[in-house]
Write a protein that binds this ligand. Structure first.
Ligand SMILES: N[C@@H](CCC(=O)N[C@@H](CS)C(=O)NCC(=O)O)C(=O)O
Length: 219
């Protein structure tokens, strides 16, 4: 059985969503972000602090000090998108690449999402939780997102899904990246195909179940 280290309130959601879609058995070992403990006034290195991204025990597993991390029979894998591509291939089936061409496209979209969309989308997610000065941050992030979201919109004009004409790990990876900007309606309104593809992905029962568990986790 694989072990996933992380929290629902982290990028581990993309792995938890996929694991449940694949019906792969797993253990979720809670590891909280150190900065969240600090924000609660808890020293992440205190002997009684919960296992966190700066705990020596966790850093021995993954020196990058970030969640999620996957452990599978001696394989230690970080990077949430790489974890998902690995899990899909391990399980096989319709969510996995069927051949090297599909795999290449899935890697392409994961890298595109990670390098062009994720950071500005996260800026929107974080800024939306803040106060007055946030609009300037959101506007700058939206500017950065225009080109990559237009590329995604153009792709979805001629494709029902990211790869292979069916729901795959590539949809989960991209949906979980674009989700960070989803709350900013004026941006999403400019990309109607992206918006409806994302909503379709999130209408899946497995996503909804995963999201309910995320909501149940303390903020
Ligand atoms: N590119 C990495 C990013 C991992 C990452 O930054 N994770 C955050 C939580 S979503 C984290 O663990 N931060 C811990 C910290 O900064 O202390 C991935 O996709 O897995």
């Amino acid at each position: 059985m694989v072990t996933l280290y992380g929290m629902y309130r982290s990028r581990a959601t993309r792995n938890l969503w996929l694991l449940d879609e694949l019906a792969l058995p797993y253990t979720l070992k809670p590891v909280i972000q150190a900065y969240r403990l600090t924000a609660q006034g808890i020293d992440p290195l205190a002997p009684d602090a919960p296992l966190n991204t700066q705990s020596p025990e966790f850093l021995r597993l993954s020196p990058a000090g970030a969640i999620p991390v996957l452990e599978d029979a001696g394989l230690i894998l970080s990077e949430s998108l790489a974890i998902n591509l690995y899990l899909a291939k391990k399980a096989g089936g319709p969510l996995a690449p069927q051949d090297p061409r599909e795999e290449a496209l899935m890697v392409q979209w994961a890298l595109y999402g990670a390098t062009t969309i994720e950071s500005p989308a996260l800026e929107i997610a974080f800024a939306s939780q803040r106060g007055d000065e946030a609009q300037a941050v959101i506007d700058t992030a939206c500017d950065k997102l225009m080109r990559p979201l237009a590329a995604l919109e153009a792709h979805l004009e001629t494709h029902s899904h990211m790869v292979g004409g069916r729901f795959t790990v590539a949809d989960i990876n991209m949906a979980e990246i674009v989700r960070y900007a989803q709350g900013y309606a004026p941006l999403m309104a400019r990309f109607p195909r992206v918006k409806s593809w994302l909503e379709l992905c999130q209408a899946r029962p497995v996503f909804k179940k995963m999201w309910a568990k995320r909501d149940a986790e303390p903020a």
